[in-house]
Design a protein around this ligand. Structure first.
Ligand code: DC
Length: 248
């Protein structure tokens, strides 16, 4: 396997399909998938389980000091282990989804989770990461940066279909309200707010499925690679996980 190291970032709002796209892109490029939302979810779950006040960053910080958070990569998914227990599924619980914004909007907690995300990425040669601030804050020197967007109504409809398929009864209108609330919290927080990174390519996914988004990304990556170094196959020669030029 090539020893070249690179990171591709995918940012965007809730329900836009980042995880699916990032997982598929990572698979196509033989890279590791980093789901950064899972890091915020893991802390939220631990706090809920231990009865810690999510609005008290100091208390949550102490909880983090005393909690073993492990993130590992296996068969294309990111497994989350909290104090030795596999919580990969539990962190998707609606109660966690509802509360996670408190952790995401606390600057000192974000700083710690950003370190954790960088430490995870440093363990691998090729990483496709997804979140809200990956291209702007966490990996500003990533090789390629993407920003996904889609109409809120379409994102709510996708969540509705997913939950329905999982046998859950949900109200489309309630989902839409939740999506709008999360957008507001993601866009307006003081640290790591949701916005396209400089040099990021924005793709509107409202009318295209995940496979089409991935094809588009691969085509853009290939074109950019060819433009920059004719006859050099992707990935381009780089000097480290965070050293490549951004996609201008
Ligand atoms: O993508 P997700 O639904 O798993 O994200 C969970 C929460 O974490 C969501 O409220 C946004 C926040 N988040 C963030 O602030 N920064 C990231 N890089 C990833 C997620």
């Amino acid at each position: 396997m090539s020893q070249e190291r690179w990171i591709i970032t995918i940012d965007g709002p809730a329900g836009v399909g980042k995880s699916t796209v990032a997982r598929m892109l990572a698979q196509r490029l033989d890279a590791v998938f980093l789901d950064t939302g899972a890091t915020y979810r893991a802390v939220t779950l631990a706090a809920l389980q231990k009865g810690i006040d999510l609005l008290d960053p100091q208390a949550v910080g102490r909880l983090m000091d005393n909690t073993d958070l492990q993130f590992s990569h296996a068969n294309g998914i990111m497994a989350v282990i909290v104090d030795g227990i596999d919580v990969t599924a539990a962190i998707r619980d609606p109660a966690v989804t509802e509360q996670v914004r408190h952790i995401a909007s606390a600057p000192p907690l974000r700083a710690r989770l950003v370190q954790l995300q960088r430490a995870f990425a440093a363990r691998f040669d090729r990483v496709v990461t997804e979140g809200r601030d990956q291209g702007t804050v966490v990996f500003p020197d990533a090789r390629f940066k993407f920003f996904l967007k889609a109409d809120a109504a379409e994102r709510a409809r996708r969540r509705y279909d997913e939950l329905k398929a999982a046998g859950k009864e949900v109200d489309l209108q309630v989902l839409l309200e939740q999506i709008k609330r999360r957008d507001e919290s993601d866009v307006n927080r003081s640290v790591g707010p949701l916005r396209p990174a400089a040099g990021a390519v924005t793709i509107d996914t409202t009318d295209i499925d995940a496979a089409a988004v991935v094809d588009k990304m691969l085509a853009l990556i290939k074109t950019a690679s060819l433009k920059r170094a004719p006859n050099t196959p992707f990935p381009l020669r780089g000097t480290g996980p965070c050293q490549g030029e951004s996609n201008k």
